[in-house]
Ligand binder design. Sequence first.
Ligand code: HEC
Length: 140
Amino acid sequence: MTKPQIWVAAFLLLFIALFILGRVTQKDESEQDFSTMNSQQMSEQTSEQVTGEKLVQSFGCVNCHGADLAGTNMAPSLKGLKKYWSSRDALINYLRNPNSFMDSDRFKAYEAKYPNGIMPSYDNKDVKDLGKIADYLLKQ
Ligand code: HEC
């Protein structure tokens, strides 16, 4: 090879090397994009995945019904609700408007037993969240 040929070959190699380097770094960036997108999706998923158990805590149900939902002197136990509430929809309706259930003997007895506690209505809450709570309570 003559000297000019060596130069040309060297430049060609340099270009090829730069080209490959460019490709590799580009790939890194797109992988990075993908990973940030993934973590965003993950945080959306976690807000979707807030459990009934967490909601019962964050909505303050445990303040009256007890940390273990076994009842306090303010409110009855929420264990074994399945025998009173046949469906999650009925339970959601109750959470949204407990006053409309006060006529039944069971609730009249509660009223007498827990004069200091009043079950608040949660009609300002997302029905999806109430559904999660209902699902959770029906398993207790
Ligand atoms: C301020 C106290 C208080 C808070 C907070 C509270 N409750 Fe109650 N809850 C009561 C009382 C008292 C009763 C009994 C009925 C009555 O007297 O209104 C009751 C009754 C109930 C019942 C009916 C129980 C049965 O035997 O059928 C359910 C279900 C229930 N609460 C769920 C919840 C959930 C879920 C939350 C949170 C989203 C919550 N409660 C928050 C006081 C409270």
